[in-house]
Design a protein around this ligand. Structure first.
Ligand code: CUA
Length: 173
């Protein structure tokens, strides 16, 4: 009898441990079923909607506004490096494909949480050209400490000369 209680307790603990990192698999469908949230589905992020690959990185919107779209997933940011112009307000839109991550722009106090099923948005201006590492600041699993993206801030005229594909990579042209 004691053995069986121990077994059940272990099973429940295991279940709780899984739910704590995979809660969106249960929470989000329930949440969406009751009409809550219109966020992107973490499971089809790369395949459809706002966060398909061709839409990631920095893109110009109406009236010259600039939006950067990124996906956080275990254990990378997609794209790995984003190029943006200096001195221009940049709206970041980010979501997660799995668990909660957090972008932090090293050397600034800018930061943004990436939550599955939700699009987080914030607008920042980087005054001068430079390079920023983007370490993940929310424990997200075994690869957390190696999870980092890059942001390359370049002069405005240099940015204007880049093709869309060149705005989501830091490889030289
Ligand atoms: Cu992603 Cu820590």
């Amino acid at each position: 009898m004691k053995k069986r209680i121990g077994f059940i307790a272990a099973l429940m603990l295991f279940g709780v441990a899984i739910l704590s990192t995979r809660y969106y698999m249960v929470d989000l469908p329930v949440w969406h079923f009751f009409g809550g949230g219109q966020g992107p589905d973490p499971l089809t992020l790369h395949l459809q909607g706002e966060f398909v690959e061709s839409n990631l990185g920095a893109a110009e919107g109406p009236a010259g506004s600039l939006t950067v779209r990124m996906i956080a997933q275990q254990f990378v940011f997609v794209p790995q490096c984003v190029v943006v112009p200096a001195g221009v307000p940049i709206t970041f839109r980010i979501t997660s494909a799995d668990t909660v991550h957090k972008l932090s722009f090293l050397g600034t106090n800018y930061g943004l949480e990436a939550v599955p099923g939700v699009v987080s948005e914030a607008t920042y201006t980087f005054a001068k050209p430079g390079e920023f590492k983007i370490p993940c600041h929310e424990f997200c699993g075994a690869g957390h400490y190696a999870m980092r993206g890059h942001l390359k801030v370049v002069p405005r005229d240099q940015f204007a000369a880049l093709l869309p594909g060149e705005r989501r990579t830091c490889e030289p042209r």
